[in-house]
Design a protein around this ligand. Structure first.
Ligand SMILES: [Zn+2]
Length: 445
């Protein structure tokens, strides 16, 4: 049933106490080995940090803090001020995807990798992977968090792990068929793309490939019932499971169990999570229905540890108890704080727009859509928000669909969109994430 029964079924309060008990020694480690943390923690006595409330005296870290800390690097400290061990003890480097600025690089010691192997295996085990499965791991970019660390986590379960990551889409599909893979691990958008390409590339209906479990993450999407159903139908899969992690903290930490009602936290042995209100920065309770931002502390990471890191990921708590017996919070990621857009006074995430549109009209859509901004900085819209939406309908039937989409979004979300229907494969596919937002080209009207 479980990869780590003790931690996965321990009452959540006990888990939090266990994590808190790690703080005093962790803070001393940071102060003794890092000028960056020594400066930030100068007024804090490590032994005084005992309760959740005590954590409030420790300043939050943001991506910009980390980026600034990495502005000056040299051969001795290639990871800048966030490097807490000697370079000779770092055995691997991974990078954030850099979608919102210069990427930040993180290191791992040999011990760190052992910890990831265990925690990431825990995530995939929760997501249903077992010895005997044949898993296609499709991430094509070794430097990203979802590269070798996912591969090694899956292999740690002793599933037969196939990594065709850098092959063309056709060769990848061929590999999946030749080796009889039954599980596909891919980002949501790439998984949809693989299913779209299958007939052309192999002359085979993806539903005939024998895929039983689709595992996806890396971007919002699988929390949306319509996308989930679309993937399930496309591959005729029995299960669809979502996973999530962060290069900044640990590549995978959340995994969805057989109930398929949200992702459990699976890294409780190595990482402490807090839930805060992104505006007031006050703690929020771990209770069903609460929406907040997750703050992470990886008290076990040696090379580039992170203390109270604001993820900017907004999550909704789906529950604190589950028929599977796991006791950790169960969440859906509802969007990135950076992706928030405002129509007049209404806040909305692009993923919410996609959810509404697909829920009602998925039979005419590929599932790919993008909000179009005039500039990267644009947050506010005073006129209808332009959204490119791929449709499979012929042109003569599009006017009716356009009007229906615009009405359903207005009625459901209280915002106005301008649905720009485009043919399939107009929106650029990538092997990694397909952003839900794009910036208007200069020569575009
Ligand atoms: Zn569960």
């Amino acid at each position: 049933m479980y990869w780590n029964k003790e931690f996965e079924t321990m009452p959540w309060q006990e888990v939090q106490n266990y994590c808190l008990s790690k703080f005093p020694a962790f803070l001393e480690y940071l102060k003794n080995n890092s000028q960056f943390y020594k400066d930030r923690l100068s007024s804090i006595k490590s032994e005084d940090i005992k309760t959740l409330d005590d954590l409030k005296s420790i300043p939050f870290l943001t991506k910009n803090d980390l980026r600034d800390a990495q502005a000056d690097t040299d051969r001795k400290n290639p990871l800048g001020k966030i490097q807490v061990v000697d370079t000779e003890d770092i055995v691997q480097v991974i990078s954030s995807s850099g979608t919102s600025g210069r990427p930040v690089y993180y290191g791992a010691t040999k011990k760190d990798l052992g910890i990831w192997n265990d925690a990431i295996a825990n995530v995939y085990y929760t997501a249903g992977v077992r010895k005997g499965d044949i898993v296609a791991h499709t991430t094509g970019i070794p430097l990203f968090a979802g590269g070798s660390s996912y591969f090694e986590g899956i292999r740690n379960i002793e599933a037969m792990t196939v990594w065709p990551g850098n092959l063309s889409t056709s060769r990848m599909l061929e590999t999946i068929r030749n080796l009889h893979c039954n599980v596909i691990q891919a980002t949501v958008s790439f998984n949809l793309y693989l299913a779209e390409r299958c007939q052309d590339a192999l002359g085979v209906d993806p539903r005939d490939l024998g895929i039983t479990n689709i595992i996806g993450g890396g971007e919002p999407g699988l929390g949306e019932e319509a996308i989930r159903q679309k993937l399930k139908d496309a591959w005729n899969a029995k299960t669809v499971r979502e996973i999530m992690g962060l290069a900044d903290v640990m590549p995978a930490m959340w995994g969805e169990c057989e109930e398929e009602t949200g992702m459990h936290f699976n890294a409780q042995k190595y990482v402490m999570i807090e839930l805060i209100d992104p505006e007031t920065e006050e703690h929020l309770p771990w209770e069903a229905g609460v929406v907040g931002e997750v703050v992470y502390t990886n008290f076990s990471r040696g090379a580039t540890p992170i203390l109270r890191y604001r993820s900017a990921d907004l999550v909704r708590l789906e529950g604190m108890s589950c028929p599977c017996g796991r006791t950790s919070p169960k969440i859906r990621c509802i969007g990135r704080a950076d992706d928030l857009i405002i129509f007049k006074a209404m806040n909305v995430y692009p993923s919410a727009i996609r959810d509404v549109v697909l829920t009602h009209y998925k039979e005419h859509l590929t599932g790919q859509m993008q909000v179009v901004k005039d500039s990267p900085e644009q947050v506010r819209f005073d006129t209808a928000i332009p959204v490119d939406i791929e449709t499979t309908l012929p042109e003569e039937k599009q006017a009716d669909l356009k009007q229906k989409i615009e009405s359903i979004v207005r009625d459901t979300l209280n915002i106005r969109v301008e649905a720009n229907l485009v043919p399939p494969e107009t929106i650029q596919r990538t092997q990694y994430k397909s952003p839900l937002i794009r910036i208007r080209e200069k020569d575009e009207q």
